[in-house]
Design a protein around this ligand. Structure first.
Ligand SMILES: Cc1cc2nc3c(=O)[nH]c(=O)nc-3n(C[C@H](O)[C@H](O)[C@H](O)COP(=O)(O)O)c2cc1C
Length: 232
């Protein structure tokens, strides 16, 4: 079992987001699962320049480390997408990576894999940010096992931290079981609706979204009802 962590914090391994993620991953490590952690702020990830080549199905003209992260996502069984809250949203580093991953959000290649979204804050915006990260995972096709939002304030009472860390571990246990049992999570109910929207968008813009169109057509997803029978 291989799991990839993408963490948007510049604090890398020493921050609150890394601490909460470490708790979440205890059950995974105890189960003998492999973990690869990538700190996007330490990597070469440049912003999207909107040439839209990825939509057409051509390689991105920017040559940096984004492609290698996508390869790691494809080869892992699970993803933890994590960020501190910066001005009510994810960090610029993580946002740049997500913008550059637009083709993955248009082609649910990660269907069958599992994900957890993690956001930490000083008290404002962590729920919304975790939801945003969760929605991105769902768009990429992941079974979203859960969203974890944590508040880290200097005056956080120890019992708050204890209950947050306990919650993280419970979610981590569920993640292990979900991957082992290949559980499906249409839990939040928006998965299918988002993909239905995407199908219509791609069909209507088939000239511009040539790469997406070919991908969806090859799988027979444009003609059939969504979600395809048995997928969810
Ligand atoms: C530029 C910047 C913007 C921030 N914006 C918010 C915010 O909007 N809401 C909030 O509650 N905390 C905000 N914070 C605090 C961080 O979200 C919080 O300390 C987080 O747990 C840091 O995680 P890390 O140690 O993994 O980097 C901000 C911090 C920085 C540096």
């Amino acid at each position: 079992m291989k799991l990839l962590v993408l963490n948007g914090s510049p604090h890398a391994g020493e921050g609150n987001t890394a601490a909460l993620t470490a708790e979440l991953l205890k059950p995974w490590r105890e189960a003998g699962g492999e973990v690869a952690e990538r700190y996007l702020a330490r990597m070469d990830i440049r912003p999207c320049i909107a040439e839209a080549r990825c939509l057409v199905g051509e390689p991105c003209p920017i040559k940096d480390e984004v492609d290698s992260i996508h390869r790691e996502m494809r080869s892992a069984d699970a993803l933890v997408l994590a960020s501190p809250v910066y001005v009510f949203s994810v960090t610029a580093q993580l946002k740049a990576f997500l913008d550059r991953s637009m083709s993955l959000l248009h082609r649910p290649e990660m269907t069958g894999k599992h994900a957890v979204a993690v956001a930490t804050s000083a008290g404002m915006g962590e729920q919304e940010t975790a939801r945003y990260l969760g929605a991105c995972c769902e768009m990429m096709g992941y079974n979203l096992v859960g969203e974890l939002a944590g508040v880290f304030m200097v005056y956080t009472r120890p019992n708050d931290r204890d209950s947050l860390f306990a919650k993280a571990q419970r979610l981590g246990e569920e993640l292990v079981e979900a991957v082992r049992e290949k559980r499906k999570y249409p839990k939040l109910g928006i998965h299918a609706a988002k993909h239905r929207f995407l199908r219509d968008l791609i069909q209507r813009n088939r000239k511009l979204f040539k790469g997406d169109y070919a991908y969806w057509k090859e799988r027979g997803w444009l003609e059939t009802r969504w979600p395809p029978k048995g997928e969810y």
